[in-house]
Design a protein around this ligand. Structure first.
Ligand SMILES: *Cc1c(COP(=O)(O)O)cnc(C)c1O
Length: 370
């Protein structure tokens, strides 16, 4: 049996008793949508993110889409986003009728490059989505400065960085709006789908509270063309329990990252993750780079070690988007280089130390043999 990439059973078993009690209480309450558990979790998550408002929604993709819609983004608009991210960042933009405007990344942090963003001068650009990829905050001061000068709205994609810090401020509080996901494998993961939006703006918060619930301001009074995207009571109750332990889980991730970093320095041509000054990384993923990526991944697999590639293609190379106006002739050398050389190693809270040693030993063996 292969050593797993992550083990959700191990992650969640810690909370078994608390979750059992919470689930039973929701069951007995008979109230499953937009109830007290959601209100409580929204309050706690807003506070955790150092933000004023939080609105729970159905998933991370909806969080992005509804943030953009609340900000007035729609057909004819362009939205800047990194060429290297999970596909949802681009799909959220497309769901509003707007078009992605791809920008290359900085290979140190794998986040959108401020110097490339600065060059984006198309007057149709209305917003930018910095993605705190792998758990590392984007260069937010530079991005906010550029956005301010150009009149763009800033919408963070915080799906991978719950708890990360930028100059002592939490991701999720650093833009006009922030979209996040509680997909089970995220740092704060539900027992199903879930997502949220945080913002300091009451206007945006109100708009999203209508959009997620059929555009209703009051029951059967529909003030906007909304949809149905709500974080249910069961997920909210579970997330509220896990939120209390998120900092500890992130510390745990940092310890594992430290172990990998110590063991793997000077091994082969490996490039290890780095953390920008004044940032706290929360290691949603531990991503290394090597010219020998494919052979390395194969060797790991043959030796019982799981690994993954996040993500094998930059946004403009996905077949779904080929030959569209915004991907035609697109070239983003840093994003392309990342996709060809990155490899994510197994990392999750409570990962057995023996597993970590085995990952490192197998990598060392690979590099002594090539
Ligand atoms: C997971 C993820 C999303 C989408 O979240 P879902 O809940 O799966 O819809 C968006 N952006 C990034 C960067 C993600 O990692």
């Amino acid at each position: 049996m292969s050593l797993p990439f992550y083990d959700l059973k191990k992650i969640n078993i810690e909370f078994e008793n608390e979750i059992n009690t919470a689930l039973l209480s929701v069951f007995k309450s008979g109230h499953f949508i937009l109830g007290e558990n959601l209100k409580t979790f929204e309050h706690h998550f807003a506070e955790y993110c150092q933000s004023l408002y939080c609105l729970g929604v159905g998933n991370g993709l909806d969080a992005l889409t509804l943030s953009l819609k609340a900000a007035g983004i729609g057909p004819g608009d362009l939205v800047a986003l990194p060429a290297h991210t999970f596909i949802a960042t681009a799909l959220g933009v497309l769901a509003t009728g707007a078009t992605p405007y791809l920008v290359d990344i900085d290979l140190e942090t794998y986040t959108i490059s401020p110097s490339e963003l600065e060059k984006a001068n198309d007057p149709r650009i209305k917003a930018v989505i910095p993605v705190h990829l792998y758990g590392h905050p984007c260069h937010m001061d530079e991005i906010n400065k550029i956005a301010k000068a150009k009149g763009w709205i800033v919408i963070e994609d915080n799906a991978q960085a719950h708890g990360a810090l930028y100059k002592n401020r939490r991701t999720g509080s650093l833009g006009d709006l922030s979209a996040t996901s509680f997909y089970p494998t995220k740092n704060l993961g539900a027992l199903g789908d879930g997502g949220a939006i945080t913002t300091h703006s009451k206007n945006y918060a109100d708009a999203i509270s209508y959009l997620r619930n059929y555009g209703q301001k009051e029951k059967y009074h529909h003030v906007s063309i909304g949809g149905n995207s709500r974080l249910d009571e069961i997920q909210a109750a579970v997330l509220d329990i896990k939120l209390k332990h998120l900092d500890q889980a992130n510390e745990n991730r940092n310890k594992i990252a430290q172990f990998y970093s110590n063991e793997l320095k000077n091994v082969g041509d490996l490039i290890l993750p780095s953390t920008a000054p004044d940032c706290k990384h929360v290691y949603h993923l531990f991503v290394i780079r090597t010219k020998h990526r494919d052979a390395c991944q194969k060797f790991l697999q043959e030796n019982g070690v799981s690994s993954m590639v996040h993500y094998p293609y930059p946004i403009h190379k996905h077949s779904a988007f080929l030959n569209l106006e915004w991907t035609l002739n697109a070239k983003f050398p840093a994003a392309e280089k990342a996709c060809e050389t990155i490899l994510s190693l197994p990392l999750y809270p409570h990962q057995p130390e023996a597993d970590l040693k085995k990952v490192c030993d197998t990598l060392k063996k690979f590099f002594t043999n090539i």
